[in-house]
Design a protein around this ligand. Structure first.
Ligand code: BG6
Length: 468
């Protein structure tokens, strides 16, 4: 009987360009939707401004200066033994306005170097094509609400698939595609409460993704293309059947994104909802076939926490800032940012998703955002982070060993401290590597290895056997 993690398990970490690169206008890069989001604080939504306004701080502009220090950062990942580095390409580095005919060579060269560095260390890149940053120039078209944007996205994909053929084989079409229902600005450059607008934009992203999957396979049959789900997983607040039904309804709101991308068609419950709400999808001839032909090769997702849903939960996510369920799980502790900590829920989610799709799964984000303290001797004792990750990895192991689920890999979120997506803060740190920069972009940007750095190295070295 096979025990433990598979030999080729993809251990690593994940980042996103707009949260780490900085250099927001270097070498021809254009502005993206991330570049007009200000820094905020715990519980306060980030402001989205009309262009860049002097005097406001936009964390993506500096990031952690990964753009200039990627060699040093990837060398540190290699020191931990990374097999895989999940990163995103900044679309507006390649097509600064989004609608150009010809890509920006300097942008392409930059990622050539990044992938060459990965190759040098035998690190497999996993590339998110669009991670919360649509070129701002595409807003003149109405962004993803406009079908035309599919063509721009596909031109971008074609450029990437051709240029990085042989260097990259794992791709994700959209980060956390279901965030369209909760934070549409991040998902698609859409700032609207209107469900019709969101569902049209989601429809266009589904089509774009389906076409990109086919294109990736045609350009290189070795390519594997996945979807990426924001792992919203919920428990009912009680065994009251009404709580249970509301939980099912909540999960439908989220899982329909996976249903479309993994099965190739809209589920009946969603079509019924559209009928009731008067929502009409902008379907054109041939679209249904495209969706079916463009099913993903694997399902990846982020897992941070679980929710509790009950009959009082308002399922109309009219706001623009995430899921509010109204319930707290009394059995679970929470992070400094109020996110429940639920390692067992990770195994539950793997089972739920595998039972539903029978596709290979990959955890492409998981981690603990916490405040770290640099001691007088310059060390950072982040045992809380080690505890969090250890307990989650143990549950993945059970899912593999006990439940027989094919899990391809684990790229924890933010192996090096980066900007938080929800608040733009730096003090919400996830990394094994500390970066000396504060919420306003002040600091030396020096990198320091935390205790968890050495712990993760040993986890990878032992292929997940030495977790203590
Ligand atoms: C996911 C995103 O939603 O969660 C990441 O894909 C993000 O971009 C991560 O950083 C953690 O959220 P936050 O707000 O703590 O950075």
């Amino acid at each position: 009987m096979d025990k433990g993690f598979p030999k080729d398990f993809l251990w690593g970490g994940a980042t996103a360009a707009n949260q780490c690169e900085g250099a927001y206008l270097s070498n021809g890069k254009g502005l993206s939707t991330a570049d007009v989001m200000t820094v905020s604080d715990h519980g306060i939504p980030r402001e989205i401004t009309d262009g860049v306004i002097e005097g406001k701080y936009y964390p993506s502009h500096k990031g952690i200066d990964h753009y200039n220090r990627f060699k040093e950062d990837i060398a540190l990942f290699a020191e931990m033994g990374f097999k895989c580095y999940r990163l995103s390409i900044a679309w507006s580095r390649i097509f600064p306005n989004g609608d150009e005919e010809v890509p920006n060579e300097d942008g392409l060269k930059y990622y050539d170097e990044v992938f060459n560095t990965c190759q040098q260390y035998g690190i497999e890149p996993l590339v998110t094509i669009s991670h919360f940053e649509t070129p701002l120039g595409l807003l003149q078209y109405g962004s993803w609400e406009n079908r035309k944007v599919i063509g721009f996205y596909l031109r971008y994909c074609q450029t990437l698939f051709n240029r990085y053929k042989g260097k990259v084989k794992y791709w994700l079409t959209f980060n956390e595609i279901n965030v369209m229902s909760t934070k549409p600005w991040m998902a698609a450059g859409i700032y609207s409460d209107d469900e019709q607008v969101r569902m049209s934009a989601a429809y266009h992203q589904f089509l774009a993704s389906a076409k990109a999957v086919q294109m990736a396979h045609a350009i290189d049959p070795n390519n594997k293309v996945g979807m990426m789900y924001a792992g919203h997983i919920a428990y009912p607040n009680s065994c009251d059947p009404e709580d249970v039904q509301t939980t099912v309804d909540f999960m439908h709101k989220m899982l329909f994104y996976c249903d479309v991308q993994c099965r190739g068609y809209y589920p009946a419950y969603k079509l019924k909802e559209f009928e009731r709400e008067g929502i009409v999808l902008p379907i054109q001839d041939g679209d249904k076939e495209e969706l079916m032909k463009g099913k993903v090769d694997f399902l990846s997702y982020s897992y941070y926490m679980t929710h509790v849903i009950g009959k009082e939960t308002n399922l109309n996510f009219k706001g623009l800032n995430g899921v509010k369920t109204g319930y707290k799980n009394p059995y679970l502790p929470t992070s400094d940012w109020g996110w429940s900590i639920d390692p067992k829920g990770l195994r539950y989610s793997l089972n739920l998703l595998y039972d539903r799709y029978q596709l290979p799964l990959m955890i492409v984000e998981n981690g603990l955002g916490a405040i770290d303290k640099v001691e007088d001797d310059g060390r950072i004792h982040d045992s809380y982070r080690i505890d969090y990750l250890r307990e989650h990895i143990k549950e993945i192991k059970k899912a593999i060993e006990v439940d027989g689920i094919p899990v391809m890999g684990y790229t924890m979120w933010g192996p090096i401290d980066i900007i938080a997506a929800s608040t733009g803060e730096m003090k919400k740190r996830y990394g094994f590597i500390y970066v000396d920069v504060d919420d306003n972009g002040n600091g030396t940007f020096n990198r320091i290895k935390k205790d968890s750095f050495f712990w993760y190295k040993q986890v990878i070295e032992s292929n997940g056997e030495h977790l203590e």
